[in-house]
Design a protein around this ligand. Sequence first.
Ligand SMILES: [Zn+2]
Length: 183
Amino acid sequence: MAILKVAKLGHPILRQVAAPIPPDQITGPDIQRLIADMFETMEEYGGVGLAAPQVHQSVRLLITEDIPDPEQEGEFLARRSVAINPEITFLTDEEVAFYEGCLSIPDFRGQVPRIRRIRVRGLDEKGRAFDREIEGFPAVVCQHEIDHLNGVIFLDRMRGLSTLAYQSEFDRFRAASAAGEPS
Ligand SMILES: [Zn+2]
């Protein structure tokens, strides 16, 4: 396994629409190595999610980390997962807004409105179809990562820039009152 270099804002790959992965390639060595390396990279940089274009691979693959339940010790809102060729459906008009960060925009946080509950269909790391409904913070992480597959970054989704903050100032003034993790 290897820690991969993360593409930073301004790298054109972050603005490309990523290509689907042929299902028969998912269990092959290239995609399996990419998945393993992406998990190692996400752990190294402390992200809660990572999309393949962020590691210079313009394919429709994302991973998400375990997301602990802040209200129940030892419980999880979502477990770590892989989504390949994911398709998203919005299940409500209701929005939530978290302060998001991004490993490709490492020093900033900003508040982003997202849909609170979504359905995601795709293939897992073994090429098996999944279909799940998710809500709250895990749904936010998933929307953030799927955006990366379409060349969209969280700055594009902000309603304005008034909540944009350096990470250091966010930690000083906002962290106590706002959730959000780099992804
Ligand atoms: Zn990101």
